[in-house]
Design a protein around this ligand. Structure first.
Ligand SMILES: Cc1cc2nc3c(=O)[nH]c(=O)nc-3n(C[C@H](O)[C@H](O)[C@H](O)COP(=O)(O)O)c2cc1C
Length: 335
């Protein structure tokens, strides 16, 4: 199915997100319609690494019925090839290389986004991986380290290695998560590469997703924070692409999603405060889409009772909720 979708498009992917996109989150997103393909959190690869058992467990117990792509982060061609050879025996559709992580602890070791400063090393890694990987090989990249102009050179390296797909998060590493997203560079990748290109970065509504596919010519969209904020987004995009009316969740629907997160995402926590802190990881994104001081109150909450009270105060209603990111919500409020 992933192969077909990659050929015809558009493929909708849930982005890899460290400490968010575990198997429980895939299962939950899937209950709201779900992505066409799920990326794992990254496997850390170095000379003494063994693949993380919790990510292997997520792959082996994937309940979505949709394909999974295993992502690796590292900088040593031989070690990455060694790990890829192991991972490709698991039930996965492809192996993906992370070339975008902007965390200083990662990029200072010349991994993730740090590798974008060394195109020759990327060339060597992709050569080693292409030799080792018998299944599909994909890359997820940012545009460059300091400047989007670095992308020209990087694309030339990617184009040498017959990749099966390239996901472009159209920001530089230095930009981290700030706007603007340089969607014109995704179009450039589509025109340059011989493989399908998946567009990533700040996809937040069905209407904008449709426009982005048309503007870039990308074969698909990868969605990260937008899917935490609204797991309905994948279904809404499909509705929009079919020419149907897009259905927004009501306040009570959103409350139901928060309860499902509470039940599935923090059940390991014995202390109530730990449970609340884990929830804040998700609600920091979801809360952006809820008008009023919902997020401020959530951030201060320490108990399940407080959590429930806040959800009741803000979400016990049947009005539709577009769940847009903060900067757009502010625009709408101040307009
Ligand atoms: C909490 C968090 C964790 C992330 N972890 C990863 C990761 O493990 N691998 C990766 O390639 N990108 C990671 N990313 C980046 C996302 O996959 C995505 O490229 C980025 O968030 C932009 O897409 P979005 O605007 O739809 O969120 C992470 C992003 C967030 C917010």
């Amino acid at each position: 199915m992933f192969d077909e979708r990659l050929k015809t498009g558009p493929v909708l992917a849930l982005a890899p997100m460290q400490e968010v996109t575990d198997g429980a989150f895939w299962t939950l997103v899937h209950q709201y319609g779900g992505a066409d393909v799920y990326w794992t959190e990254y496997f850390r690869v170095h000379s003494s690494s063994t693949p993380e058992t919790r990510i292997i467990h997520a792959i082996n117990t994937n309940t979505t019925g949709r394909p999974v792509i295993a992502q690796m982060i590292g900088n040593d061609p031989a070690e990455l090839a060694r790990t890829a050879k192991f991972l490709q025996q698991l039930p996965i559709a492809a192996i993906d290389l992370n070339l975008g992580c902007p965390a200083p602890i990662v990029y200072r070791k010349c991994a993730g986004g740090g590798l974008l400063r060394e195109p020759e090393r990327i060339d060597a890694i992709l050569g080693a991986l292409r030799d080792a990987v018998r299944i599909k090989l994909t890359v997820k990249t940012r545009l460059g380290f300091a400047s989007a102009d670095e992308f020209d050179r990087l694309l030339a390296v990617f184009a040498k290695h017959s990749l099966d797909a390239l996901t472009v998060h159209a920001r530089t590493v230095a930009q981290r998560y700030r706007l603007p997203v340089h969607y014109d560079r995704i179009r450039q990748a589509v025109q340059t590469m011989n493989c399908p290109v998946i567009a990533n970065g700040h996809v937040y509504s069905a209407e904008q997703a449709e426009a982005l596919l048309a503007e870039t010519g990308a074969r698909g969209l990868m969605i990260g924070r937008g899917a935490i904020r609204s797991p309905w987004l994948f279904t809404q995009i499909r509705q929009r692409l079919r020419g149907e009316a897009v259905r927004h969740p009501t306040g009570r629907d959103v409350g139901g999603y928060i309860r499902a997160l509470w039940d599935t995402q923090a059940s390991f926590a014995t202390a109530e405060k730990t449970h609340c802190d884990r929830m804040k990881k998700f609600l920091n994104y979801l809360g952006e889409g809820v008008p009023g001081p919902f997020l401020q109150q959530v951030r201060r909450s320490q108990t399940a009772a407080e959590f429930e009270r806040i959800c009741r105060d803000f979400l016990d209603h049947d009005r539709p909720m577009p769940l847009l990111p903060a900067e757009l919500t502010h625009e709408l409020v101040s307009a």
